[in-house]
Write a protein that binds this ligand. Structure first.
Ligand code: C2E
Ligand code: MG
Length: 252
């Protein structure tokens, strides 16, 4: 369930989490299907709560958004991801980073200005991939924000795509097949057919496809057969701290 933060001053506590650096990013590897080369990571936020341990995003991101802190969260995540991407570049191991963007960010003029200035100041926009959930994309203003990101050199990925048709007008570089669909690939012929329709539509539009939530070898082989370009899942690697990611890269 979506209990969120149950204390009366929840907003204060959530705000403290951001400004006091209680948030931490883990990075989940995304590999090219053809040769399993590491090509990107997805930044996934966790809250190192002072008393409740490490909390997954489902337990606090909806509460942050309800508390009006969506901009603060995404700005924090972007800043952290951009500086981490700079560290990897400086180490001679460049890596693109996917950042999950909230739907309200795309309707937020302050956020757009922040993004614009940050990208100009920091450089390396091609290493940032903004991920937006397909189900939340509605308004022309949101679509315009995606177009702006691409004009600035960032890449755009649409998360959890279920319907290829709704996406032909959305400016995007990558379509992601969500865990809900991918986990059904080995057991459900309809899921396989749905996924293959999406992959064909994506190819026709010149977009690449990432399959998310590969948990076993059979699902991996389905992903290969479908013609997905990149893949992400526990079968490849779970979300990792920067230290664990460095060790994982060194082992390969
Ligand atoms: P998402 O963007 O679809 O991210 C993928 C989620 O699937 C992650 O969960 C990841 O750990 C999980 N996952 C990946 N591969 C597998 C697998 O093989 N098996 C299983 N069981 N799970 C897998 P996580 O980290 O709990 O994140 C959940 C959602 O929270 C994300 O879904 C995203 O929508 C949201 N989220 C995460 N970080 C952020 C953030 O920084 N900002 C915002 N606004 N939302 C975020
Ligand atoms: Mg995502």
């Amino acid at each position: 369930g979506e209990r969120g933060v149950s204390v009366p001053d929840g907003r204060f506590e959530l705000h403290q989490a951001i400004v006091e650096n209680q948030l931490v990013l883990h990075y989940q590897p995304i590999v090219r299907v053809s040769d399993r080369t590491l090509v990107a990571v997805e930044a996934l936020v966790r809250w190192r709560h002072p008393t409740r341990g490490i909390l997954p995003p489902s337990q606090f991101v909806p509460a942050l958004e309800r508390a009006g802190l969506a901009r603060e969260l995404t700005v924090w995540v972007l800043r952290e991801a951009i500086s981490q991407a700079a560290v990897w570049r400086a180490d001679g191991q460049p890596l693109a980073v996917g950042v999950n963007v909230s739907p309200e960010n795309l309707r937020d003029a302050h956020f757009r200005r922040y993004l614009d200035m940050t990208v100009r100041a920091v450089g390396g926009p091609e290493h940032i991939i903004a991920e937006i959930p397909a189900a939340t994309l509605r308004s022309p203003e949101q679509i315009a924000s995606l177009a702006l990101m691409r004009e600035r050199g960032m890449r755009v990925a649409i998360d959890d795509v279920l319907e290829p048709t709704e996406l032909s007008d959305v400016p995007a570089d990558v379509l992601k097949l969500g865990r809900g669909l991918v986990s059904r690939l080995p057991v459900d012929a309809r899921a396989l057919e749905e996924a293959s329709v999406i992959v064909r539509a994506a190819k026709a539009l010149g977009r690449s496809v990432t399959a998310v939530g590969i948990e076993d070898d059979l699902t991996w082989r389905r992903t290969v057969a479908l013609g997905c370009d990149t893949a992400q899942g526990f079968h490849i690697a779970p979300p990792l701290s920067t230290i664990d990611l460095a060790a994982w890269r060194a082992r390969r």
